[in-house]
Design a protein around this ligand. Sequence first.
Ligand code: ADE
Length: 422
Amino acid sequence: MAEQQLQNWVLMVTAQTPTNIAVIKYWGKRDEDLILAINDSISVTLDPAHLCTTTTVAVSPAFDQDRMWLNGKEISLSGGRYQNCLREIRARASDVEDENKGIKIAKKDWQNLHVHVASYNNFPTAAGLASSAAGFACLVFSLAKLMNVQEDNGKLSAIARQGSGSACRSLYGGFVKWIMGKEENGGDSIAVQLVDEKHWDELVIIIAVVSSRQKETSSTSGMRDTVETSALIEHRAKVVVPKRIIQMEEAIQNRDFPTFAQLTCADSNQFHAVCMDTSPPIFYMNDTSHRVISCVEKWNRSEGTPQVAYTFDAGPNAVLIARNRKAATLMLQRLLFHFPPNSDTDLNSYVIGDKSILKDAGIQDIKDVEALPPPPEIKDKVPAQKYKGEISYFICTRPGRGPVLLTDDSHALLNPENGLPK
Ligand code: ADE
């Protein structure tokens, strides 16, 4: 009987981890298996209230294999990236004791115990919003807590990196640097926090999720092709980025928005230039992306000093970083003027996240969008161009915190009785 009870316990941990967007881009690996980059990168962590992964990990002697469910659907854990993370965390596990439940797990037992993982992204996984960064960071963070791994987030970042390179930057809030490192085993290729999310809390981030989603080149194969064929990538990694990293760190420390914006836009543009310099060329941005850039550039120029920075990852979505709420409000008005929603879309689902920006912009319903005047800096086109339906939706957010444990059982994605999805 006692033996039976011992076999039936389930021990669980739930964590929430943010996603991040690079302002100095990671593009190109020096080691494909360990995921080691050819240059340092810097990112801003996005508020998990609007973009995050929640993951529950459970262990039980009753589990006969490692299993994972992503957004409710079972997926295979057999891929090398998942296996690397599981192996590295298990190797660092310590004794665990839960006195209330009468559970004792010795360090050596972890090698023979199986885990269940349930993960949920609070944003569409297919939207191209770096879900694997938040996903692998959350997997590593939650497993480390479950297995009582006694290592800091920097060490954990080197494990998350082996799941997805940019995942290492999601172990911290605020602005984060991924140091490429020099060691062959990747031990020094870790993330460090530059400043926390309170340091520059005036910033507002608007993500424009672009509608037409053709099949994109995966980052993994895109990077490999760039490293193999681009004549520009070496100059970028060895000469341009090291200089920009120093300048960007200083701009962030000083909250120097003009320098920050200039570096962010230039680095996004250079990343897309090396993609174009790849054979065959890779096009991640589309016409809508280019129209967003042109809208931001025109407004910034008319103001005489940058109000908004733009950056684009390996896809057409625009990430716009506004210097403050006022700039974000004026940006959103411009975006809604040029990119009104399709007639069957309601405003509530067209602008999501921090809706107070929409309120500040004086927009309560679709009629207010239709009544927006053309931005004053548009003088060359009469009437000013509109691109209805080209954007699926906007997410208004801000810089956010790093991973947290969710101790309230109500957040758990696995059933505490049997360790299966709720
Ligand atoms: N890829 C996309 N989302 C993920 C998640 N939540 N966990 C692991 N891998 C992912």
